[in-house]
Design a protein around this ligand. Structure first.
Ligand code: FER
Length: 183
């Protein structure tokens, strides 16, 4: 499944974008939870153009630098909508190497286990703090991000889910650390 295809179609709903603009989105907000390499984006744009889901015009930047400005075609819009409304089965659990280590915890001493879990707790708290900053930024820059009709509602959704996930991870780590310290 070419998921990148849909990420690009989704981004183009914002209006005309260059390959560079699309790349930038993957470095910003979207890239926080859906990464794509620069090298994957250009071939995908070419493919989507050949399939008729997007189209481009050539714009001149400065005196002679040409750049392609892409837009969504009606077919592209329909393709995106078909994907968005398709109901998928839940995916396999995302692999988390730390969980594999946790599974083999009995190979560690109590001190080693304490250190491993403490390290993870510190890093998860840092991640939570980044997310809280983004959330604060979103809520102060956007009027009603938590309203379905807001263009920021999607950002609100992924951020609140990520916050929930990290808070849950932290509370689990704290619970396990308490058990380790009790041993
Ligand atoms: C953001 C939007 C989404 C953001 C993070 C996320 C830090 C999601 C992250 C995740 O699922 O881990 O603006 O900023």
């Amino acid at each position: 499944m070419r998921i990148l295809k849909y990420a690009i179609l989704g981004l183009l709903r914002k209006g005309e974008l260059s390959g560079y603009d699309i790349s930038s989105y993957f470095k910003e907000e979207l890239g926080q939870f859906w990464s794509a390499k620069h090298s994957q984006i250009y071939p995908e744009l070419k493919k989507l153009t050949a399939e008729g889901f997007i189209t481009f015009r050539t714009a001149i930047q400065g005196t002679k630098l040409e750049k392609k400005m892409y837009t969504l075609t009606d077919n592209g819009e329909r393709e995106l909508c078909a994907w968005l409304t398709k109901k998928d089965p839940i995916p396999e659990t995302v692999k988390d190497e730390f969980m594999l280590k946790a599974y083999f915890i009995s190979a560690l001493t109590n001190e080693e286990a304490d250190e491993l879990f403490t390290d993870q707790l510190v890093k998860r708290k840092e991640k939570l703090s980044d997310l809280e900053n983004s959330y604060h930024e979103l809520m102060t820059s956007s009027e009603e991000a938590d309203s379905f009709s807001s263009p920021d509602f999607g950002h609100y959704l992924v951020l609140t889910k990520a916050l929930e996930r990290e808070r849950n991870y932290i509370s689990w780590l704290e619970h396990i650390l308490a058990l380790i310290k009790k041993a």
